[in-house]
Design a protein around this ligand. Structure first.
Ligand SMILES: Nc1ncnc2c1ncn2[C@@H]1O[C@H](COP(=O)(O)OP(=O)(O)OP(=O)(O)O)[C@@H](O)[C@H]1O
Length: 357
């Protein structure tokens, strides 16, 4: 699957853009504040319906304008045209000329992964980043995951409501059962995904960092010497005081370990960037082997914080993926030195993009 053409209007610093990136690697060089990250953000938005930089989509609209527009030509099983017009309060998505109401269709058509400055949160951030990563992968490889996830979220929200409003015990018990059964299903899916990821991740870390034995450990979000159902029914009093459910997959954690020690206690900042990249790339590799097609990988400022040795290793890992890859960097020479010779090179300057190869 490739993005063969991207048209952009009023997105961040870009007034108008009509761009045909390369089929494999596309390199984008430019000074600080020239618009490199914004280009990756536009591609990410096409695939996820959100930015990796801000939760407030209105911030992305070019200053002084009322909305932005993105139109992408996507070559997948066949050619598709995906478009979005985003205004301050509403968004309209179109696929092949018809309105789209669910993001799931888009996410499934255009799988995109971003290794940007916030990707480091995969190592140093809270567990929600890693849960989201696991769930992104599961959405793509496990057909019944989405409905299990939705059922769990719904049961959890009803149970939390019941806890907060002082609902009767009998009523709360019905939600205990729903949270426990959907929670167990979600747990089962997540464990299977961690198993798929584990081998790829440890191989990636071996190749990328060349240190230690890396592994992933999934912690379910409740004590394993008790069933979720028992924990929920035995803790009403405590949970009523807290006003929310204290056990279940919404509290799960994915622990990254190097030589058995939690990674964030063990590795340097540069290594954290590599480790986060390895985890994301392991996710891409699992996607490829399960779905038989590639993802679009976005790498913002690849060389920053990495010495030549590690930047080259990261580039080599990216080279193992079969999908399209978009990489930004400030210095054109350093960027093209890391990439295959058939990469397409572009230079961005004050919201203008020019071919540079
Ligand atoms: N909503 C907006 N409207 C207009 N311009 C914007 C908007 N949001 C951000 N900008 C500007 O867009 C420019 C490009 O920002 P971007 O983060 O894409 O640059 P970059 O090339 O990735 O920079 P760096 O190398 O420093 O990370 C910046 O000057 C920024 O101030």
């Amino acid at each position: 699957m490739t993005l063969s053409r991207l048209r952009v209007r009023d997105f961040r610093c870009f007034e108008q853009l009509d761009w045909e990136p390369g089929p494999r690697w596309t390199l984008i060089s430019g000074e600080n504040a020239s618009g490199k990250t914004s280009l990756l953000e536009a591609i990410f938005f096409m695939g996820r319906g959100r930015s990796f930089r801000t939760a407030r989509a209105e911030r992305i609209i070019r200053m002084g304008q009322t909305g932005f527009e993105l139109v992408g030509d996507i070559q997948a099983d066949r050619a598709h045209r995906l478009g979005v017009r985003r205004e301050k309060r509403k968004a309209r998505w179109r696929l092949d000329g018809a309105d789209l109401n669910r993001m799931t269709e888009i996410v499934s058509l255009f799988p995109v992964l971003s290794i940007d400055t916030s990707a480091q949160s995969m190592v140093e951030g809270g567990p929600e980043y890693r849960r989201r990563f696991l769930d992104w992968g599961l959405f793509h490889v496990e057909p019944s995951f989405l409905s299990a996830w939705r059922r769990y979220r719904q049961a959890l929200s009803q149970r939390n409501g019941a806890l907060r409003t002082g609902a009767k015990e009998a009523f709360l018990k019905t939600w205990d059962e729903a949270v426990a059964s959907h929670g167990e299903a979600l747990d089962h899916f997540r464990r299977a995904q961690v198993q798929r990821l584990n081998g790829c991740f440890s191989e990636m870390v071996q190749l990328g960092l060349g240190v230690g034995q890396a592994s992933l450990e999934y912690q379910a979000g409740w004590r394993q010497d008790a069933s979720l159902s028992d924990l929920l029914s035995e803790n009403h009093e405590n949970e009523r005081k807290m006003g929310h459910t204290l056990y279940g997959p919404h509290r799960a954690e994915l622990v990254l370990r190097v030589d058995g020690v939690p990674a964030r206690e063990r590795v340097s900042r540069g290594q954290q960037k590599m480790l986060a990249a390895c985890l994301l790339l392991a996710g891409a590799q699992v996607f490829e082997s399960e779905r038989g097609r590639g993802v679009v990988a976005l790498v913002d400022d690849l060389p920053s914080e990495l010495d030549n040795f590690h930047a080259e290793r990261l580039a080599r890992l990216l080279g193992r993926l079969r999908g399209q890859c978009f990489i930004t960097g400030i210095e054109r020479g350093r960027l093209s030195g890391l990439a295959p010779s058939d990469s397409r090179l572009f230079h961005v300057e004050q919201g203008q993009l020019h071919p540079a190869d």
